[in-house]
Design a protein around this ligand. Structure first.
Ligand code: MN
Length: 130
């Protein structure tokens, strides 16, 4: 079942467009932020089911942004997935250690992306209802 709200945090216009277009074509609703600070205020105002977080952003980096989300009661339990061009195995572990719920490498694989997002949304929903 699609239709969930996904917040995309990405400062690269082309990456943003690709992720947004794929998500929308699969029925997801999207919010967009180019900076961590915009992402934080959007997430507080309308908590999404899932946040896709770029790591290199113009203001805070994605890990600092994740910490801010976890500190705020309105956003503390939202599933946050790192979406980043850092693509080594040790980077994946670093992001999981930092508290991300998952990790996706850029560029996204357009064919696999919808099922990856589906899986994260299902995990997030499961966690909410436990
Ligand atoms: Mn970036």
């Amino acid at each position: 079942m699609s239709g969930e709200l996904v917040l995309i945090v990405e400062d690269n216009e082309m990456n943003m467009k690709l992720v947004r277009d794929v998500l929308q074509s699969w029925g997801y609703r999207t919010l967009e932020a180019q900076t961590a600070r915009t992402a934080l205020s959007l997430a507080v105002a309308e908590p999404p089911s899932l946040i896709l977080m770029d790591i290199q952003l113009p203001d805070l980096d994605g890990i600092a942004a994740l910490d801010k989300l976890r500190e705020h009661p309105a956003t503390a339990s939202i599933a946050v997935v790192a979406l980043t061009a850092f693509a080594m195995n040790e980077d994946e572990q670093r992001f999981l250690d930092a508290g991300f719920d998952g990790y996706l490498a850029k560029p996204i694989n357009v064919r696999e992306f919808p099922s990856q997002i589906r899986r994260f949304c299902d995990l997030a929903a499961e966690r909410t209802f436990k």
